[in-house]
Design a protein around this ligand. Sequence first.
Ligand code: ACO
Length: 430
Amino acid sequence: MSNETLTVTDNRTGKTYELPIDNGCVRAVDLRQIRTGPDDFGLLSYDSAFLNTANCKSNITFIDGDKGILLYRGYPIEQLAEHSTFLEVAYLIMNGELPTSEQLAKFNHHIMEETHIHENIKVLVSGLRYDAHPMSILASAVAALSGFYPEAKEVKNSEIRRANMMRLVAKVSTIAAYAFRHSQGFHFNYPNSDLTYCGNFLTMVKRMNEAKYIPHPTLERALDILFILHADHEQNCSTTSVRVVGSSEADPYSAVAAGIAALYGPLHGGANEAVLRMLREIGHVSHVPEFIRKVKAGEGGRLMGFGHRVYKNYDPRAAIIKRVCDEVFEVTGKNPLLDIAVELERIALQDDYFVARKLYPNVDFYSGLIYEAMGFPVNTFPVLFAIPRTVGWVSQWEEMISSPEHKISRPRQIYLGYGHRNYVTLEKRH
Ligand code: ACO
């Protein structure tokens, strides 16, 4: 055996084992041979929140949390945000390479052609309550799409998989726009495949009764950059949900609906919504020190938009977003909550509590301010996250389902409940 091994001694038995190390990992199943006797199931590893467990091998996104590096297929996020477009990045993530201009034109055309949705989805959205959260509308409508494309169940067929990945990326923007319009009580705008992905989305969201709505180019580009920044982020909570649901060979609409459900939570994609609510609650720059005191004392909840499971230095996306903020505010006028956010960041970054715990602003700390300045209500913020993340979800799903190592996800547990006990009839219970 090479020296790429780990030697473990089980002090319960005195036995020593040599476990291979592959790509910096030991395989959890190799621990199974470590047993105290024939009745022992074998050693398990316990990691309830996946703090130190790799659940897949992936070629899509690389993050170095200590150095603040984020790469899609090897390309730094800063370069993509500066030079690329959302659909070009979508092509890159979904196919592994940057497209030629011909490939990009074909991809753009295909995606934009697929933005139309069945009229029955419109009916489904209309049937939901007027004040339903747009994320619950999105999750329901995306799950319902599986009924419109029953062949999507053929997950072993790569052509069918590819067709449904394209549909998901395209249609999620239309459904998201419908979710927004429904919550406002406005008529739905049909998609226009002559526009860019973000231009079309903004038009579906914003157009009222003008014959032609033209989004402001700075805002269209700002949204495009935000979509690039959110397109994938390796094995986060929602992506893991997509992989786990997809591992049962459920169709990709059902798997992505699970991803949307996971993204809904305030510790994940709901954080940008929570940031805005927090800033409003603080209300004024002068209240910031008291708010920070409460957070530290555990009285005021968390400082939303701060901290990340992986980034322990800074979130490279947050730095890009701060620049986009300035460009957007030049068009829309400054969001008055910005001063509170800047003051929160200033105080937190020099406070021992946050420094010691390596808590820095994450992607969501400033994105909500931009979305609000662009006229989106806070409950649509997570939806604006889900649209671009669909690119990551479908790519990770494809990678999982086409992997030779693909198996249904099924963790183990540490059972701490009762041992065997006999049933007691109702009359004998007291
Ligand atoms: N405000 C105050 N304290 C915090 C925060 C925060 N935002 N985040 C973590 N901490 C503290 C915890 O209380 C804990 O302190 P302790 O050691 O004294 O108990 C310590 O920092 C470590 O926190 P964990 O919860 O163990 O860190 P974890 O990696 O599990 O959580 C998470 C990461 C969920 C992002 C967390 O930092 C958080 O809740 N942040 C606020 C919500 C948020 O912005 N989420 C968006 C994440 S980015 C995204 O999903 C796109």
